[in-house]
Design a protein around this ligand. Structure first.
Ligand SMILES: Cc1cc2nc3c(=O)[nH]c(=O)nc-3n(C[C@H](O)[C@H](O)[C@H](O)COP(=O)(O)OP(=O)(O)OC[C@H]3O[C@@H](n4cnc5c(N)ncnc54)[C@H](O)[C@@H]3O)c2cc1C
Length: 405
């Protein structure tokens, strides 16, 4: 019979959301176990500024996400390595004259956000985890089963043979969450019919600290700025397009891909000169109908996955983390157990409406820009010009996208 250890909270999944949550809960005085299927080892991050040295996966972090990472002690490590602040954003319609530009000066803010390689955020959080004695890391371990006990605790079995008991089990185990499945959370999901190609590119012209996004009928194309030198200019791309169109673009030669990308981007940064390794991800929208049960909560992609067109996925996940950790900490101060349903219900109330709103907006954008009919094309172009011309509305949109409203 394996020995069973007890923790105030057990977090399954040490991606960005799970690692951040484990640290936030431990800061609130909880004993935490963090279970991760991969090895939890820090990596030697490459220092060269060259195509192959960047992580293909990057995130556009809002100021609200950066603030949370700062509070957790991870942001100084990201800053000490590398990131790229973006101060402007240009969004335009391939099928018309609609264009809207955002500038941080309009909000008297220093930046709109930061582009950061995902592995850098994960590695920085891992450095903080390593220095947190209240967190037990169980790496290369998968959650296999869980069972609710008569006293309300959850009993967890890992494939390593370890057994854990806890009053709060958190699923931070990504889009294909095992916690969600084992606890039978019901989910609404559908295929966007899109795949996203991600890669690092080198362009002829500098990105001018700007995130560029062009809406094509086949889907949105984003150029996200990366650090570079005076002579070499790098961006990360997220090119979402109808799935049958993505496959040939992943498989074609670098020269053909660069030529296609130059065309698709209307050469907004001049010629695309080179591209690093390409990867593509099928895009599905998923949303758990509830994020909570007695003793169980879902955060991040385990609760919701969203189209990457506004780069909001991990920002929503980090907002979940801040809300759940805040509720658990204030419950502890009132002598309540972290897994109590009333504590978790407060978390769900804070986050579900907000996440649904963002998911609905992304779905609406995607559908609107797919339309070829003339009245709809006119409407969206007029809409872009209209929003751009109404300063308070535009500022409200920017605040929302930056996670500060
Ligand atoms: C192409 C693309 C571009 C994107 N761009 C952006 C962007 O610009 N900005 C943004 O905010 N978001 C972006 N996103 C979304 C963002 O990447 C995700 O929202 C984010 O990575 C989810 O983080 P997470 O910690 O919730 O889950 P994950 O990163 O999926 O982490 C889950 C962890 O759980 C572990 N795990 C899984 N199952 C188990 C188990 N049974 N036991 C133990 N461990 C387990 C996994 O190994 C993994 O480490 C993008 C997504 C895509 C596909």
């Amino acid at each position: 019979m394996p020995a069973t250890s007890r923790y105030d909270a057990v977090v399954i999944g040490a991606g960005i959301a799970g690692s951040a949550l484990a640290i936030a809960l431990a800061r609130g005085g909880l004993e935490v176990a963090l279970v991760e299927a991969r090895p939890l080892q820090r990596i030697d991050l490459p220092v060269e500024l060259e195509l192959g040295a960047f992580d293909q996966r990057v995130s556009a972090l809002t100021p609200a996400s950066v603030r949370l990472l700062e509070e957790l002690g991870a942001w100084p490590l990201v800053e000490a390595y590398r990131h790229c602040a973006y101060r402007h954003m240009a969004v335009w319609d391939a099928e018309g004259t609609g264009r809207i530009e955002f500038d941080c000066a309009e909000l008297q803010a220093p930046v709109l956000g930061h582009i950061v390689e995902n592995r850098v955020v994960v590695d920085s959080l891992l450095a903080v985890l390593d220095a947190s004695p209240a967190i037990r890391q169980l790496s290369t371990s998968r959650l296999q089963a869980c069972e609710r006990q008569a006293d309300g605790d959850m009993l967890l079995s890992l494939d390593s043979g370890d057994q854990l008991r806890t009053s709060l089990l958190v699923g931070a185990d990504g889009a294909l969450s095992r916690v969600r499945e084992l606890c039978a959370f019901s989910t609404r999901e559908w295929d966007y019919g899109h795949a996203a190609i991600v890669a690092t590119i080198q362009t002829e012209r500098p990105h001018a600290d700007t995130a560029w996004q062009r809406f094509l009928p086949s889907g949105p194309l984003a150029f996200l700025p990366l650090p570079g030198t005076r002579e070499t200019h790098f961006s990360s791309i997220v090119w979402s397009l109808d799935s049958p169109l993505a496959e040939p673009l992943v498989g074609c030669s670098d020269a053909d891909f660069c030529a296609e990308l130059t065309r698709a981007s209307e050469a907004c940064l001049g010629q695309v000169l080179a591209v690093g390794p390409r990867a593509s991800f099928p895009l599905r929208q998923r949303h758990a109908r509830d994020y909570i049960q007695p003793g169980v909560a879902l955060v991040g992609d385990a609760a919701h996955t969203i189209h990457p067109l506004a780069g909001q996925g991990i920002n929503l996940g980090l907002a979940d983390v801040a809300a759940l950790a805040g509720e658990v900490r204030s419950a502890a101060a009132r002598g309540l157990s972290p897994g109590q349903l009333e504590v978790l219900a407060r978390y769900q109330r804070q986050r579900k409406g907000e996440n649904l709103l963002m998911m609905g907006a992304m779905e609406g954008f995607k559908r609107l820009f797919e339309q070829q009919s003339l009245p709809l094309r006119w409407l969206r172009n007029a809409g872009m010009r209209g929003v751009g011309g109404v300063a308070p509305l535009k500022r409200q949109l920017m605040r929302h996208a930056m996670g500060i409203s």
